[in-house]
Design a protein around this ligand. Structure first.
Ligand code: ATP
Ligand code: MG
Ligand code: MG
Ligand code: MG
Length: 478
């Protein structure tokens, strides 16, 4: 079943059950607590907390989401995209647990001929919050789930919040057993690769403050009414229904892998390390296009920096596949063709999107070219002096001045039969991080002048910015 069809079936099903269809909000919805929209409920938050009366008792949407926290998982797990589509049904003081479970079960298990997704009920599992026997009983009653396919889990897994103050509540998740060839027996509490999480039903009934109930703190209050917020991962359902191995091989993501195969002459599926690169390229190309479509441009701060990091990770991955020509506009066109049927803005605004990508790639390639000269010099000096290890300060200089990610340096060194003093590199990175922390602290206490700092940033480019984000993480991922 194609992704667009999954998307449509979900909305049609809930529309038939009296839900108002609500379009996806922009990824940049104005919520000061979030960099990007990361769940379907974000645009409904005022209705949950009672700030604004809900204009409808029930709603359904397929929301564009970006989760930057998942960036390190991309390509390595089977299930994490940076951009993905979260399908959801919402009740604002209308139905509660019973209705949420009944409808989710019906949509998942109704045959495809009758408008459902046709999942085999004997492969589905549910998890419930450790204090929520009521929900476990509902799963037995409504779905006929046997007790040994209902698992109790603690707040870490089954209490949902936005990661920031706001509405929250216990949740119940639905998992699909991919089968013994994918891992260990024993349900999602044992193995989350074999048992794939597809849908989270959140019983949104409480309010958290600075401290999260997840960490053992009591909620600061009850919401004015009991609500339902659910999130089903469209890409995850697609990966199961399309008989492929992961979210990157689904119909809307895979075409970029195919294009990257053509560019590189390498085959997806032939080598594990290359495969991760192919998946990163396909995932990030899509996220890049969707972010630019919603108005983000590459930069050195906040949202712009996330986009820059995604785009540069593509360029770096492509290079590690042996391709040195510009590729981003080509990938953007592939993404446009896949995504435009659901997101026409991508086609409408394509020239601009493509230009932004082209420019960012040119800038980064220029950086790579000047960095490569420095690298070659350092490599020949190392060899001339009889060494086999490139000094840590050289690797640091390449990163700091030329924006060279460490794994690129490692790869280039390996090509020349050299190792790199990674410990030395990391020590210098840590020292820089400490300096930046001190700078940031002085800015916070008002001792630093922000405008001066901004000028510095502009003069020195991203290296200054990297200083006050997580250097280690950036070194790994850029
Ligand atoms: P996981 O434990 O697999 O990281 P999660 O518990 O963080 O998922 P939720 O916050 O419960 O996910 O989000 C609701 C649903 O959205 C999930 O059940 C899943 O189907 C989907 N989803 C979450 N994160 C991603 C992602 N990075 N890529 C694709 N789909 C996702
Ligand atoms: Mg997660
Ligand atoms: Mg989870
Ligand atoms: Mg979850």
């Amino acid at each position: 079943m194609e992704t667009h069809e999954i998307n449509k079936r979900f909305l049609d099903f809930f529309a038939r059950h009296d839900h108002t269809r609500v379009p996806s909000a922009s990824l940049l919805l104005d919520d000061p607590t979030l960099l990007f929209v990361n769940a379907g409920m974000v645009q409904f938050k005022p209705y949950f907390v009672g700030e604004v009366p809900a204009p409808y008792p029930r709603a359904t949407s397929v929301q564009k989401c970006v989760r930057t926290g998942d960036i390190d998982e991309v390509g390595k797990t089977t299930r994490h995209n940076t951009f993905f589509q979260m399908a959801g049904n919402f009740s604002f003081g209308d139905y509660f647990k019973h209705g949420a479970i009944k409808q989710a079960w019906e949509l998942l298990t109704t045959s495809q001929d009758d408008g459902g997704f046709g999942f085999d009920p004997s492969r589905l599992w549910a998890t419930v919050y450790e204090h929520d026997a009521e929900t476990a009983a509902l799963w037995r009653e409504i779905a006929g789930l046997p007790s040994d396919r209902i698992q109790y889990r603690d707040a870490e897994d089954n209490y949902w919040d936005m990661g920031v103050p706001g509405p929250c509540g216990p949740c119940s998740e639905i998992y699909y057993d991919r089968g013994p060839e994918y891992g260990r027996e024993g349900g999602p509490a044992v193995d989350e690769d074999r048992y794939l999480e597809i849908w989270n039903l959140v019983f949104m009934q409480e309010l958290r403050g600075e401290l999260s109930p997840k960490k053992g703190h009591a909620p600061i209050g009850e919401l004015p009414q009991k609500n339902i917020d659910t999130g089903m991962g469209i890409e995850r359902v697609a990966y199961l229904l399309q008989g492929v191995e992961n979210v990157y091989e689904t119909d809307l993501v895979r075409p970029v892998i195919n294009r990257a195969e053509e560019f590189s002459g390498r085959r997806y599926g032939a080598d594990h390390t290359d495969d991760v690169r192919f998946r990163v390229i396909a995932d990030h190309a899509r996220s890049g296009v969707m972010l630019i479509a919603d108005g983000v441009t590459p930069g050195n701060e906040a949202r712009g920096y996330v986009l820059r990091r995604l785009l540069r990770r593509i360029v770096r991955s492509v290079r590690l596949l042996g391709v040195h020509e510009p590729v981003l506009p080509e990938f953007a066109a592939v993404v446009r063709d896949a995504m435009a049927p659901s997101y026409p803005e991508v086609a409408r605004d394509f020239d601009r999107i493509s230009d932004v990508m082209r420019l960012e790639e040119e800038t980064f390639l220029a950086t790579l070219t000047s960095g490569s000269r420095i690298f070659d010099l350092a490599a020949s000096q190392t060899r001339d002096s009889g060494g086999t290890i490139l000094a840590g300060d050289k690797a640091f200089q390449l990163h700091d001045t030329y924006g060279f990610p460490i794994d690129l340096t490692l790869e280039m060194a390996a090509e020349q039969g050299l190792a790199v003093d990674e410990d030395g590199f990391r020590t210098l990175m840590e020292q820089q991080r400490q300096r930046a922390k001190a700078d940031a602290a002085s800015r916070k206490t008002g001792r630093g002048d922000l405008s001066v700092y901004r000028n510095l940033l502009e003069d020195h480019g991203e290296t200054q910015f990297l200083g006050y984000t997580d250097l280690q993480a950036d070194a790994r991922v850029l």
